[in-house]
Design a protein around this ligand. Structure first.
Ligand SMILES: Cc1cc2nc3c(=O)[nH]c(=O)nc-3n(C[C@H](O)[C@H](O)[C@H](O)COP(=O)(O)OP(=O)(O)OC[C@H]3O[C@@H](n4cnc5c(N)ncnc54)[C@H](O)[C@@H]3O)c2cc1C
Length: 215
């Protein structure tokens, strides 16, 4: 059975897991390793220890569907709306820039409910407090080390953490041709690394290593 590891339980990792479950021919065993104690990443929702109904979104607080996104991914928004995970944002937000054609949504149960939904849909084994430290190629398998416990081997590894964190990884991944030496600079104006993951992914996809990030 092919073993796939997705590193990071944020929006990218959780959606990637759900899409792989739908698209990848069985049997595929999906595992997600996340260094934090819960899923969400930059879409984390904190809950009051005294009242679980009392939540605060610590990163993203609303989701914008632009006309371009709607054209590409309308079904994703429709599914989340039908399940009540998203609701249209009707209240004004101070400082919010509204562009013509944009629709904004909020997640009434906290923005991390989107991530939890996709992880559940994926059926992946989700392991928290698993911080990946090294990725090595051993006999055509990816051997992935974490900060505790022995390394494990996978056929495919998908890295979804922010690019600066990927660059801190040790092992063979740091030495691939087309990897770190040719890194494009982060966008000087926005600090964004958005274009980098696609570049890196193209270089390594034939080896079964993918890098996806929302910047
Ligand atoms: C303050 C703030 C406000 C925002 N507001 C909005 C908004 O209103 N609307 C919107 O659409 N977007 C917003 N964003 C952007 C949005 O939150 C991100 O684009 C999105 O959450 C990124 O998801 P991701 O899965 O790509 O990355 P992340 O959420 O960063 O997920 C990566 C995961 O990888 C884990 N990880 C990292 N390194 C390792 C490792 N070595 N081993 C194991 N796990 C690791 C991290 O803990 C994390 O959970 C906001 C972001 C911030 C910070």
């Amino acid at each position: 059975m092919a073993r796939v590891l997705i590193v990071g339980a944020g929006l990218t990792g959780s959606l990637c897991a759900a899409l792989l479950r739908k698209e990848a021919p069985p049997p595929v065993h999906l595992t997600v390793w996340e260094e934090a104690g819960d899923s969400g990443g930059r879409m984390m929702t904190a809950r009051s220890p005294y009242n679980p109904q009392s939540t605060v979104d610590l990163g993203a607080q609303y989701i914008t569907c632009t006309p371009h996104y709607a054209q590409q991914h309308q079904s994703f928004y429709d599914d989340l709306l039908a399940l009540g995970i998203l609701k249209p944002l009707t209240s004004p937000i101070e400082g919010m820039v509204m562009k013509e054609g944009d629709c904004n949504f909020v997640a009434p149960q906290g923005v991390s409910s989107i991530i939890k939904h996709y992880l559940k849909e994926s059926g992946a084994d989700v392991c928290f407090r698993h911080r990946v430290t090294q990725v090595n190629l051993r006999n055509d398998k990816w051997e992935v080390s974490k900060d505790t416990g022995p390394p494990e081997q996978f056929d495919i590894v998908v890295l979804t953490m922010p690019v600066p964190r990927i660059l801190q990884l040790q092992g063979d991944i740091a030495n691939f041709p087309g990897g770190t030496p040719e890194l494009p600079e982060a966008d000087a104006r926005t600090g964004s690394w958005r274009h980098f993951p696609i570049f890196f992914h193209l270089e390594l996809s034939e080896l079964g290593l993918g890098v996806f990030s929302l910047g």
